[in-house]
Design a protein around this ligand. Sequence first.
Ligand SMILES: Nc1ncnc2c1ncn2[C@@H]1O[C@H](COP(=O)(O)OP(=O)(O)OP(=O)(O)O)[C@@H](O)[C@H]1O
Ligand SMILES: [Mg+2]
Length: 281
Amino acid sequence: MSTPASSPDRSDATGATAGAGVTPVVSPASAAQGCTITGLHKSYGDVEVLKGIDLTVEPGEVVCLIGPSGSGKSTLLRCINLLEQPNAGTITVAGFDATDPDVQLDDMRAQVGMVFQSFNLFPHMTALDNCSIAQRRVLRRSKEEADRVSLANLENVGLAELADRYPDQLSGGQQQRVAIARALAMQPALMLFDEPTSALDPETVGDVLGVMRKLAEAGMTMVVVTHEMGFARDVADRVVFMDGGVLVEEGPAKDVIGNPQHERTQSFLARVLHPDGTLDG
Ligand SMILES: Nc1ncnc2c1ncn2[C@@H]1O[C@H](COP(=O)(O)OP(=O)(O)OP(=O)(O)O)[C@@H](O)[C@H]1O
Ligand SMILES: [Mg+2]
């Protein structure tokens, strides 16, 4: 059986203190745990999509993953919380050996929050219930405690007043902030974001990026797949450029985005940046 190397203490990680402030709740677990990936391979049939990925995300670090469509970015994120089963390699996340066949999947996934492009909220549940359901089922919290943590996290993403609304009564940006609050309510050690703003109307992108920025400043460990180069430049501790199932280049944003060394990185950035090399935002 695989258990965390040092089991995070959840007893004071209820989010109870968050109600008064605007800083998203960061679990004590995230201060001590990161993610280490070695020799990760993933194939679909004959097609090898990940060709040996080595990546370490330090506790509290924000890594932005950039790269062209089809390069394997989503597959890499999905392997980290075992939505996809790797063919080879090891992944240690929040103290769990994710590739141990006996890993306690629910316990491990509770430590890894994931935010998708398409929100994935339950349409028949209010924002509050969307945030509470996994806490109750996986963490076995009472309804009262789960709702309290949910409200604290909804407040932190600026949505406490809309807690009783259903997803179809919320804008895309609001739905995505509910999805972030829902993930945070589990007090994860690591947050994975897969293009969280690319389905949003331009005027709501800033609200979601603002929440993610606060989360980064609060010390959350984050891996963010994004095409928002301004966000990557300003918020990422490290930018990783991926192409063809391999990590091509990584380093501080100012180097990878501002002065890429590899020809593949240069040509990708030439396509996504403005012709004069400037960024939005
Ligand atoms: N379930 C699957 N079955 C077969 N092939 C898949 C599956 N999921 C992904 N692929 C293939 O794996 C490759 C990498 O896909 P992935 O979604 O990881 O890319 P990506 O970098 O996230 O691209 P995008 O920027 O478009 O989201 C693609 O060629 C894709 O067609
Ligand atoms: Mg993708």
